[in-house]
Design a protein around this ligand. Structure first.
Ligand SMILES: [Zn+2]
Length: 291
């Protein structure tokens, strides 16, 4: 059983246990990500007067900038790592995206889906059953992924990106993900675009895709794995609070933005935060990340 982001304790938990507070007054995003990277196990952070965290978290998820993979690219496995390396600590990205050529829809992968999807996959890996079938000229995965809290499952459909022998199909750009979870529906219905709103890949989409890859070796790795240092930074973000009227934990948009900044910081230090090439798998959250 893994903790969902919402399940992490609030600030009083840390206060009661004598954790040290680090107060940051109007910090830059770089300051914050440096403090997050070096946060001790018995410390937490309170941020005051911070412009880039004061906007609505949902707004950032709707409109926030993302790392865009150009549509002319037909070799994403070469392109993705290069793009990630260009991130710096001053980046304010919500994730990465590309364009589905067939439906003309933008596919957005928030950084949080990489973490939460990985934890979900690891905790349910023997239970997720991915079905693969052909639909016209596309291969589709469908399956159910259990909700981490409630007693029911979400249904997910995804188009597959396949390998063909040593070559990859270039039509990786036809990937799509649909899921019945609340987060995904919310993102779509509140989009600022009414025609062809962007599709977000949620943690259930990530988990199902990885489950399908386990049973079918021809499926192309589409989601990079966060490495150990990056996972630690994301965990440290659960101990970051923003001072408004009360000390609040980071909302989903703020978390994604700071994940982007931490990833940039790790890249600047040549500690690659994401890896595409652990083909064998994910597989053990925790040891996943032997760097
Ligand atoms: Zn979902």
């Amino acid at each position: 059983m893994h903790l969902r982001w919402e399940d992490y304790p609030g600030i009083s938990y840390y206060k009661d246990r004598g954790f040290e507070s680090i107060e940051l007054e109007s910090p830059s995003i770089r300051n914050v990500s440096e403090e997050v990277e070096n946060l001790g196990e018995d410390e937490y952070i309170i941020i005051k007067g911070c412009d880039f965290l004061s906007e609505s978290p949902r707004k950032f998820m709707k409109r926030g900038p993302e790392l865009k993979i150009p549509r002319k690219v037909d070799s994403p496995w070469r392109y993705f790592p290069k793009e990630f390396k260009n991130l710096t600590a001053d980046s304010h990205k919500r994730g990465y995206s590309w364009r589905n050529k067939r439906s003309n829809t933008t596919i957005v992968v928030p950084f949080s889906s990489l973490f939460d999807g990985l934890k979900l996959y690891v905790s349910q890996r023997n239970e997720i059953k991915a079905k693969l079938y052909h639909d016209h000229d596309q291969k589709v995965i469908s399956g159910k992924v259990k909700s981490s809290l409630k007693n029911y499952s979400y249904t997910v459909f995804e188009n597959v990106i396949q390998k063909d022998g040593k070559n990859f199909f270039a039509d990786w750009l036809s990937y799509n993900c649909s899921c019945t979870c609340e987060g995904n529906l919310f993102n779509r219905f509140t989009s600022f675009k009414y025609v062809n709103p962007p599709h977000f890949v949620c943690k259930h989409g990530f988990a199902l895709y990885e489950a399908a890859r386990k049973s079918e070796e021809k499926i192309y790795p589409l989601f990079p794995r966060p490495r150990k240092k990056f996972i630690e930074c994301d965990e440290n973000l659960t101990r970051v609070f923003v001072k408004r009227r009360y000390n609040e934990r980071l909302g989903i948009g703020q978390r994604n933005r700071l994940d982007g900044a931490c990833l940039g910081l790790l890249n600047e230090k040549f500690l690659q935060g994401l890896s595409f090439w652990q083909e064998d798998g994910i597989l053990k959250y925790g040891s996943l990340a032997q760097d």
